[in-house]
Each structure stands twice: as structure tokens, then as C-alpha cells.
Design a protein around this ligand. Structure first.
Ligand SMILES: [Fe+2]
Length: 210
């Protein structure tokens, strides 16, 4: 029991130890932030098991990809090794939830497709309560660790394809409608990602030494 939670705890320990030992971060600021975040807690309103499985599938994959990218971005082989190892665990978490939802899909495709559509259109990471989250998320996007393009291409679409959301022919009218809305949403997400990439490229060009 709780083995999984214990493993997630290790991720925090190894990343924190790395940051402290390498003097990469102000330890007082880090500890204050941790205290604040733990006191705030995390309580997601229960939207049912299917929404929960959809949420955790996307969230674990997002964690895996952003951890991997963080390691690469660090340009430090030790940090990279740590983050690759953490990302491996996150991948196992993702696979578990993804396959559980796939099993549900075989039993109740319409309910699952509706849950997936609702989740994609209302997704936010558990870290949203961290102080300065918006600023930090913007920095991560600038660095290419996690941005709209990654969210669209590497998180949402691979799972939608895996579950064959847009290929199913056994949905009820309500689920069909939800899927159409989801299709339009994905189009808008792609456009927003393109806009972000263009803006970032222009900004990088501006700040590049001449
Ligand atoms: Fe995880």
C-alpha cells in the first residue's frame, strides 16, 4: 500500500538534494515555498472515476515530458540522469491510468469519451497553487520545457490517438457532440500553440546577439 506515493516522495527528495548540493537555488526560498504549498494542500473536486483517470493520464504524461525536458535543458549530465530516472517512474504511472481508462472504454465508450473531452477542455496541473505559478509556467514555456505546442503534440494527441477517440463508431449522440466540441477545441489549441511559437521565435531573434 502507498508504495506509489512513497516513490513520488523520492522524486521530491532527489530533486531537492540535487538543487541544494549544487547550490542551484536559494534553500530558504525553496523551503518556504514547500511549506506554503503543503499547507495549501491539493483537493480536486471529485468529478467521477472516469474524469479522474483521464486527468491522471494527461497529468502523468505531462510530468514525464516536462521532467525529461528539464533534464535536457539543464545541460548537466547528472541532472539529466536524475530527471530521466524520475521520468521513467512517471511513464509507468501514465501507462497504468491510460490502460485503466482504455479498459473502461471497452465497457462504456460514450461515458469515457465525454469524460476525456471534459478533461481536455478543463485541464490544469496540480502545481497551479504554487506561488508565482503563472510566472514560473511562462518561464518553462519560454525555455521549451512545457508549452502549448508540447501540450498539444506530445500530451493530448498521443493519448487521444491511443484511445482512438476520433475513430470510435459506437458513441451515443451526446458523446458524438462532445467529441465534435473536442475536435474544435483541439483546432483552437493548435492555433494558439502556433501563435505562441511565432511570438517566442520573434522574441528570441530580438534578443539574439547581432
Ligand atoms: Fe507520477
Amino acid at each position: 500500500m502507498h508504495r506509489w506515493t512513497a516513490e513520488e516522495g523520492r522524486h521530491a527528495i532527489v530533486i531537492r538534494d540535487y538543487l541544494i548540493v549544487t547550490r542551484n537555488i536559494d534553500p530558504i526560498m525553496l523551503e518556504r515555498g514547500r511549506m506554503q504549498n503543503m499547507q495549501l494542500g491539493y483537493d480536486r473536486p471529485s468529478l467521477g472515476a472516469l474524469r479522474g483517470l483521464a486527468y491522471t493520464s494527461f497529468q502523468e504524461l505531462a510530468t514525464r515530458v516536462s521532467h525529461q525536458n528539464t533534464g535536457r535543458f539543464s545541460a548537466d549530465p547528472v541532472a539529466d540522469k536524475i530527471m530521466v530516472r524520475v521520468a521513467q517512474d512517471e511513464n509507468l504511472h501514465m501507462v497504468f491510468y491510460r490502460d485503466a481508462l482504455q479498459a473502461a472504454m471497452e465497457l462504456a465508450p460514450s461515458a469515457v469519451v465525454k469524460a476525456i473531452a471534459d478533461e481536455v477542455m478543463n485541464f490544469s496541473m496540480p502545481g497551479a497553487g504554487i506561488s508565482g505559478f503563472v510566472r514560473k509556467a511562462a518561464k518553462m514555456a519560454e525555455a521549451g520545457i512545457y508549452d502549448l505546442r508540447i501540450h498539444h503534440d506530445d500530451i493530448i494527441w498521443p493519448l487521444l490517438r491511443y484511445w482512438k477517440v476520433f475513430e470510435r463508431t459506437d458513441l451515443d449522440a451526446e458523446a458524438e457532440a462532445a467529441r465534435e466540441t473536442l475536435g474544435r477545441f483541439m483546432g483552437k489549441l493548435d492555433a494558439a500553440a502556433k501563435k505562441f511559437e511565432d511570438r517566442r521565435a520573434a522574441k528570441r531573434e530580438q534578443s539574439a546577439p547581432r
